[in-house]
Design a protein. Structure first.
Lengths: 229, 383
């Protein structure tokens, strides 16, 4: 059975500066990520993890190459849509080191903010958000503010927010950085479960080699090139 | 769609309310400043309205007793009375002096008029106790703001006067000093007669006479129905040794020549306060935006469009301006009557200020909006 494509990049290049001051960060990266996969992205500091993550997240523009989200081509030497932010809110979910929930919105509002911005009807957005909150066993906190939740609960809400727009891919930026080993393993296991059960691809940046065994593949940046190990 | 401004305000309601109250007090002061100007205009016209004259005949080449010193012979009134179209003509005096007998001296404007004449400058509707003058001497009608009571006695000049009438609060001259009324004869003596020592000294110097007290500061006249005020004013204006003003011209002298500078001063002060309020609102919004900059970056990163975030900032600023305006109105209405001079709050001024503050708030929101537009969505990635 052929796996469904979540993201594909071809010959992706990123340079900063021009002429003599040109700095090359990524040279011709090509890879495909399938739905249901949990991919670990590892690289030494300064190797370009963040730059790659921001390019895949349509936050910064690559220098050249092509990029697909699902079956839709979103980049070919330029963004193929005027509003790259629209791509983010429709096709990408983000998980950060800290939960970064909006403090003046309650849990339900945090989760529904992006779907509602995508013009999903309120009733439908709320129902889907409640399903996700139930999935993460936190539905009873739906009307609480983030300040009234524990760190772990907030992280689960943040993951629910990332899933709320039914994304093609979730980009997780070191979600275990601030956690001890036990909790880190628990979070990575949860991400794997989500990837499988929600049929969504997840790229997770990590510095912790102990987490790699829970991932389907490991993506590494070596000498400005992407290699899978 | 979630109203982000409403949610953010509800999240920090106490801070928002206190901020709005602070800015509101500034706006309240703006309203009071405008009220002070309105009060000046009202004060300027009270005396003129009460006298009810059509014409003011004053010393030649002067603008009358409210603008500068004016002396004119009292008997001119008799000459005026025979002019066709003149209904009544009476002499009046106006002077400022200090009254003693209270804890602090009270500065007042003294109006001298003939109690038996046909023109009576005391508006009987303003009398809250007693009556107008009836005797030719030593009676005084005072504004309640002087602090003197009915039947009190007051030393004025060389004589003792009895308070026979008390006028309600707000009976003041254009300078805001309380009005008191004495008979023309008493007023002339107060203003024009010399002390005994001075008279003796003048005699020793070879200067004859005890000083003519049959002088007034103005002759006021009313016009019979059917006659044109301006025509009669022009006719009198052709005479030598006096100038003539219609009542409207006297109002202009008071409101334009005397109040104008104060009005400009107050106007400038008001403009500065509005500008300061705008800057303060701008700074508050800038600070509020800075406090949320991380959340704004996250929102931008997860795909929330700038328009939605900008809407939040603009709505919060306009709401801050609106509530500040409401608090300003409450503040000004609670305090305006505590001011020593008349403050007149008019709803028209409040509506204009409301418009100005809403526009100012929108302008002030630009500093927050600029911050939103510049917020970097990448700050959340890469720790």
């Amino acid at each position: 059975m052929q796996k469904e494509q979540s993201m594909r990049v071809e010959n992706l290049v990123k340079n900063f500066g021009k002429g003599d001051s040109l700095v090359s960060v990524l040279e011709g990266a090509s890879f495909t990520i399938n739905k249901g996969e949990l991919i670990a992205l590892v690289a030494p500091s300064g190797a370009g993890k963040t730059t790659l993550l921001m390019m895949l997240g349509c936050v910064i523009e690559p220098t050249s190459g092509s990029m697909w989200l699902g079956e839709k081509k979103v980049y070919e030497n330029r963004w193929l849509t005027k509003d790259s932010r629209k791509i983010r809110r429709q096709k990408i979910g983000f998980i950060f080191q800290a939960h970064y929930l909006i403090p003046f919105l309650n849990v339900l509002e945090n989760v529904t903010l992006v779907p509602l911005t995508n013009q999903v009807p309120t009733k439908e957005a709320n129902a889907h958000a409640m399903e996700l909150l139930q999935y993460f066993d936190i539905a009873e906190k739906a009307y609480n503010k983030p300040s009234q939740l524990s760190g772990g609960q907030n992280q689960r809400v943040a993951i629910a927010r990332a899933l709320a727009n039914n994304p093609e891919i979730i980009l997780a930026d070191e979600p275990t950085a601030a956690l001890d080993t036990e909790r880190s393993i628990s979070v990575v296991k949860m991400l794997k479960k989500i990837a499988t059960e929600q049929n969504v691809a997840i790229i997770m940046v990590t510095h912790d080699d102990r987490m790699l065994e829970y991932c389907d593949r490991v993506m590494k940046i070596e000498d400005k090139k992407i290699v899978f190990i | 769609m979630i109203n982000l401004a409403q949610k953010d305000i509800a999240h920090t309601l106490g801070k928002f309310v206190v901020t709005a109250m602070g800015v509101g007090m500034l706006l309240g002061i703006v309203l009071i400043m405008i009220g002070v100007y309105r009060g000046l205009l009202v004060d300027a016209q009270i005396l003129l309205d009460n006298v009810g004259a059509d014409l003011w005949i004053v010393q030649e080449n002067t603008m009358g007793p409210f603008a500068e010193s004016s002396r004119i012979h009292e008997d001119l009134k008799d000459t005026l009375k025979v002019i066709e179209g003149i209904d009544k003509a009476e002499a009046m005096t106006f002077q400022n002096l200090q009254l003693y007998g209270q804890e602090k001296p009270v500065r007042v404007t003294v109006v001298g008029y003939n109690p038996h004449a046909e023109i009576n400058p005391i508006n009987k509707n303003y009398l809250i106790q007693g009556r107008a003058l009836q005797q030719a001497h030593y009676e005084v009608v005072v504004s309640v703001e002087t602090g003197f009571n009915f039947h009190d006695t007051i030393n004025i000049g060389r004589n003792i006067y009895t308070v026979v009438g008390v006028l309600k609060k707000g009976c003041v001259s254009s300078s805001g000093d309380p009005l008191i009324y004495v008979s023309l004869k008493d007023a002339q003596e107060l203003q024009f007669s010399y002390s005994n020592a001075n008279i003796r000294n003048d005699r020793d110097r070879g200067i004859a006479g005890d000083g003519d007290t049959h002088i007034a500061n103005a002759i006021v006249a009313t016009i019979k129905v059917g006659y044109d005020v301006k025509t009669i004013a022009n006719k009198i204006g052709m005479w030598k040794h006096q100038s003539v003003f219609t009542n409207e011209e006297q109002i202009t002298v008071l409101t334009k020549n005397l109040v104008e500078r104060s009005a400009k001063q107050i106007g400038l002060f008001t403009v500065i306060l509005v500008v300061v309020s705008t800057i303060i609102i701008g700074l508050i919004i800038y600070t509020m935006t800075l406090e949320k900059i991380k959340e704004i970056s996250i929102m931008k990163l997860i795909g929330i469009p700038d328009s939605l975030i900008v809407k939040m900032v603009v709505q919060e600023t306009v709401l801050l301006g609106f509530f500040a305006f409401v608090f300003g109105n409450i503040f000004s209405n609670l305090t305006y009557d505590k001011f020593p001079k008349r403050v007149v709050l008019e709803s028209t001024d409040a509506f204009i200020l409301f418009g100005v503050i809403i526009i100012a708030s929108i302008l002030a929101s630009f500093v927050g909006v600029a911050k939103v537009v510049r917020a970097d969505p990448t700050v959340a990635i890469g720790g």
